[in-house]
Design a protein around this ligand. Structure first.
Ligand SMILES: Nc1ncnc2c1ncn2[C@@H]1O[C@H](COP(=O)(O)OP(=O)(O)OP(=O)(O)O)[C@@H](O)[C@H]1O
Ligand SMILES: [Mg+2]
Length: 409
């Protein structure tokens, strides 16, 4: 995919792998030209348990996306998931080195490096250093320090860290599928890229990505990430509750959840309340009737419980989120999830559809919250390539520093 900018986002989840191929347009938006997805195998809670099985799932999703776009992908930006990530707010100070005390790119890099000099558990690494703001000689709130004058530069940075092995094994599995990894981005950050406006990030907003086995949250404020949390639960918990509660298989429970599930009883109208659905109990040949109200009684308490964990964590940070809560991921698609989250968070809540001004092309097909991560990953790839010069494909820390320099120039 040489010449014009093409961007590939690969969201490797525990239940599905999704691939989005995008193309830069003359404006700021990305035209989605190819999409593909496949059933995911070889992962548990976002962590690779069989590299070959993951590679096979990636190949299937990638082939579909390549076929629909007519393009061949060489590299992708990939999601980073797992239950052991953490985000810490750190600060670092440096003396401005240059003549005339004018702040240079190098000063900014040093300040960010100094903020990231943290003690990590053995086998952990830093995945992302997300600058929040800079302080020059006590003057805070500065987002573009390069070129300004001062003697003392302080960087406030949100440092995301986690176990190296999870990242390395996912990267190996992607390579096995024939793709290079340009960069890995934490799942809720990718979801935010696709769904939040600059105003959401500025005034305060929480993105909650509910996957199959992992739910993650990032809180934004003052234009930057202020908090990251990961929780070891997701949509699969509802499936398991239904399987146990109704004595049906996991497959049957999943089907019931998708076709008839609702997590907010107050959304059922009188007719739905009286309605019964047919289910197939384990080990019985005959079908059994189930009232939709009972199904809702199983799902609603679990939704409240899971969301309460997330809301308590958000409240504990003390962050203001006037922009409310944005729900992404398959788990957010259950009927009533937005309404219940609105009550639990006591904040305006919306489903994280793609931000229309960022996407064109096939966007209508994939505008639902389940595709937010894959689309955000592709969008990030496009923006990185645009910033570092089309097709240069620089990645890793070097690429990251280039982006940061651009951002804070
Ligand atoms: N319409 C729907 N109603 C209810 N649940 C849904 C719906 N669509 C998807 N889900 C559930 O969402 C979950 C999958 O979400 P998603 O595809 O975001 O997860 P994943 O990325 O594969 O997993 P993870 O991020 O945890 O590794 C599954 O539990 C699935 O049953
Ligand atoms: Mg996911």
């Amino acid at each position: 995919m040489k010449g014009e900018i093409h961007a590939v986002g690969l969201d490797i989840g525990t239940s599905r792998v999704r691939c989005v191929i995008g193309e830069a347009t003359s404006g700021n938006a990305m035209k989605i030209v190819g999409v593909g997805d496949s059933e995911s195998k070889g992962l548990r809670r976002g962590i690779v348990t069989s590299a070959e099985a993951v590679a096979e799932s990636v190949r299937k999703a990638l082939n579909d996306a390549e076929r629909s776009s007519g393009l061949e992908a060489g590299s992708a930006v990939v999601n980073l998931s797992g239950e052991h990530f953490r985000g810490d707010n750190k600060s670092g100070v440096v003396a401005v080195a240059g003549a005339g005390r004018e702040i240079s790119d190098e000063d900014v890099d040093r300040a960010i490096e100094s903020a990231s000099a943290i003690q990590l558990p053995s086998g952990w690494e830093i995945f992302d250093r997300l600058p929040q703001e800079f302080i020059i000689d006590g003057q805070d709130g500065i987002t573009e320090p390069v070129g300004m004058s001062g003697t003392r530069l302080e960087a406030l940075v949100h440092v995301v860290s986690g176990p190296s092995a999870g990242r390395q094994n996912l990267e190996k599995a992607v390579r096995r599928a024939g793709l290079e990894v340009e960069r890995m981005i934490l799942e809720p950050l990718a979801a935010a890229e696709a769904t939040l406006t600059d105003d959401d990030k500025e005034y305060g907003c929480a993105v909650v990505n509910i996957g199959s086995e992992i739910t993650s949250m990032m809180i934004f404020g003052r234009g930057a990430v202020q908090h990251t949390s990961v929780f070891p639960f997701g949509g699969l918990h509802f499936t398991k509750d239904i399987a146990v509660g109704l004595r049906v298989s996991i497959q049957e429970a999943n089907k019931i959840k998708h076709l008839h599930g609702c997590v907010a009883g107050f959304l059922l109208d009188d007719e739905e309340r009286k309605e019964t659905i047919e289910i197939q109990p384990v080990g019985r040949s005959e079908l059994r009737g189930l009232s939709r109200e009972i199904l809702c009684d199983i799902m609603q308490p679990r939704a409240i419980e899971l969301l309460q964990h997330v809301a308590q964590e958000a409240a504990a940070t003390g962050a203001q989120i006037p922009g409310g809560v944005v729900l992404t991921g398959g788990g957010s698609m259950a009927r009533g999830m937005v309404e219940i989250a609105e009550q639990v968070f006591d904040a305006p809540t919306r489903a994280g559809f793609l931000e229309p001004s960022y996407f064109g092309g096939l966007a209508a097909e994939v505008r639902t919250p389940v595709w937010a991560v894959a689309c955000g990953l592709a969008l990030s790839s496009m923006r990185m390539q645009q910033k570092s010069g089309a097709g240069s494909g620089r990645s890793g820390v070097v690429g990251w520093f280039e982006n940061i320099r651009e951002k804070f120039r």
